[in-house]
Design a protein around this ligand. Sequence first.
Ligand SMILES: [Zn+2]
Length: 361
Amino acid sequence: MKPSALDYLVCNACYGRLSLEIEESIVLSEGKEPEILSGVLKCLSCKKQFPVRSGVPRFVDEKRSSQQNLETGQRFGIAWKEFPRLAASYRDQFYDWMYPVDAAFVKDKIVLEAGCGKGRHAQLIAEAGAAQIFAIDIGEAVDVTYANVGHMERVHVVQSDICQLPFTQVFDFAFSLGVLHHMDVPAAGFSSIVNCLTSQGAVCVWVYGRENNWWLIHLINPVRTLITARLPAPPLKLLAFLLAVPVWAGARFVARPYMETKKKLGWLPDLFYGHYLSYIGRFDFNEIHHIVFDHLVAPVSNYIPGEEVAGWFAQAKLTTPIIRWHNKNSWTGFASRKAPDTELMLSRVARAVPSGNQRQI
Ligand SMILES: [Zn+2]
């Protein structure tokens, strides 16, 4: 934890200001902020205390968080510890999910990542020149994030429930990719994130869609809930490996070439799940192994209709949301509290909409 984080963090029980008692800190390099490895944050109003452990301030109160969300955080903590690598392919994938947001958009902004996993996106946001980036997660994933990006300037890693964020309206931009659908009430997570935006702030989310995912909902979901979400890491990793072999081969050697040919010829019929498989066909085997593990490890996965995602944005009274069908199996949404930002984004959408993502709500 960096001392400058105190300019933004507040008590997540009463929004009071916090004081910090430092127990152990280190200076990583001359002229840079020290890293506080351990200490205690104390609320000046309600006197609640929050420990700083292993460099990370910890705001999760197990009595206040839903059991399901805690369990999800714990399971994904396992996933990120098994797959901690930051791959080069994440950059393209990240800006694809975030589209129409690009690196220029996040420059100089104060940014929140709600559900940071291993820190792969926080790293990209920091590299894009964000003024500050707060990467939060409910589970022990924060330890992987801290190991990966905690040393970076302006990056703050915080353990917190998305529904009880230790912030007031301080963020110019907040995003949450692949996280809300694993919460017991995704809409509550979205609303909590939006509540941390400034009066001109923007938000971007990516969630699993209900459309086209009947096979995941009816065939994979029951197996995951009853069996794989309860398996310890080693057998689950082995199972994911065995399943990843045909997925990787099918995506790389069948779906990707087929969809490329279809793009050229135009008249070929659609391949089942072709857009998504072709999309992941560019990843190496390790990443496919991780994706399969990710799908099997989660105790909760909600598949959300596009209309429902649009409803979150409407309810939050955000300006001109852009809701896009992504790879014909998931939804991305972007909106701002301030009209000019959204107009800029819409002009970018008009210039170039990636193939397979044309459907908008
Ligand atoms: Zn308080």
